[in-house]
Design a protein around this ligand. Structure first.
Ligand code: TA6
Length: 315
């Protein structure tokens, strides 16, 4: 089983608009509401691909109740810690005249120390029967940046593998827990390593490989650096790969990173070789862009795209 942890869960509202001019009144002509937040998106994709998964984290208020009820309806097992505040809304406006997607993300509620202690106990219990525990997304109010490293320590002590997909100070502090896998983007890897790189130049590629080796020496065996449309650069215990996704007509790219994490978690749980894990994660992440909601893939798309993904070993 895989467990996902969403500390800052959300109701994701996706609005499709004929156009989205600032300062004007725009009327939505197609809209979706889904349980969201990165970890819940990861859990839904894992569930859609047929692997056992349980979602946990914090849920509060009427929004939290709606998320629980909807996860039940979607057949996704969950075990969330209740909090006083109201789980947030995250909005994604898609301007259909130009395909531009604009996200507006609320900060989330304030979480108490008691709720954090309760969730730590839940994570320990679930980690004991999980192969992998994925921590994804931002931190809500009241949660110290050290909390991810604390939870990662609990997961590793329980004998499970920890994934961490977050950004900013939460990532810089979370890596102190030495998770097995992280998925920073180009800006985040620069913040982590303090080194700029141009993924294309061969010299920079060499220096990036050396830089990624430092993360392995620190105790983080697997790193995927998202290069956006250029694909990703992955280093698994020093073996470095470049993955390029096939070109597609994207419908909605929000949630592609979450779907990538879901694919990587399934590949890791199935103990696939590194190259196959990377190819599968890339196909799952790309398949997410073919659906109109974040955190949704069709297994048929994944299988077709898997044959079109290019992964090469660089060293
Ligand atoms: O990655 C997409 C997404 O999960 C959206 O669905 C929205 O929930 C947002 O990210 C939340 O991001 P955050 O970093 O605040 O957890």
């Amino acid at each position: 089983m895989i467990t996902t942890v969403t500390l800052n869960a959300a109701i994701d509202k996706t609005y499709y608009l004929p156009s989205f001019p600032l300062g004007r009144v725009s009327r939505v002509h197609r809209m979706y509401a889904e349980p969201g937040g990165k970890g819940i998106n990861v859990a839904r994709v894992i569930s859609l691909l047929g692997y056992p998964v349980t979602a946990t984290g914090f849920l509060g208020g009427h929004n939290g109740d709606w998320i629980r009820t909807t996860l039940d309806r979607q057949g996704i097992a969950h075990d969330f810690a209740a909090i006083e505040g109201e789980s947030r809304l995250c909005l994604n406006m898609i301007d259909e005249s130009n395909g531009v997607s604009t996200e507006v993300l609320e900060p989330g509620p304030v979480v108490s120390e008691q709720a954090m202690e309760k969730l730590a106990a839940t994570v320990e219990r679930l980690a004991a029967r999980s192969q992998i525990v994925c921590f994804s997304g931002s931190l809500p109010g009241g949660v110290p940046v050290s909390y991810y490293a604390e939870l990662i320590g609990i997961v590793k002590k329980a004998g499970a593998i920890a994934f961490l997909d977050t950004s900013g100070e939460a990532l810089r502090s979370g890596v102190k827990g030495n998770p097995y896998f992280i998925k920073p983007n180009e800006d985040e890897i620069v913040q982590l390593l303090g080194a700029k790189f141009d993924a294309d130049s061969s010299a920079a590629k060499q220096s990036l490989q050396e830089q990624l080796a430092k993360l392995h020496e620190q105790g983080i065996p697997a790193v995927s650096v998202s290069l956006g449309a250029q694909g990703s650069l992955c280093s698994f215990e020093g073996s470095v790969y470049r993955a390029v996704a096939p070109r597609i007509d994207a419908v909605n790219t929000v949630g592609c990173g979450d779907a990538y994490v879901a694919g990587m978690a399934i590949g890791t749980a199935r103990e696939l070789p590194a190259l196959e894990r990377i190819a599968y994660a890339t196909a799952v992440g790309t398949a997410n862009a073919l659906t109109d909601k974040a955190g949704y893939v069709k297994s048929g798309d994944v299988q077709r795209l898997l044959g079109e993904v290019a992964v090469e070993r660089l060293n």
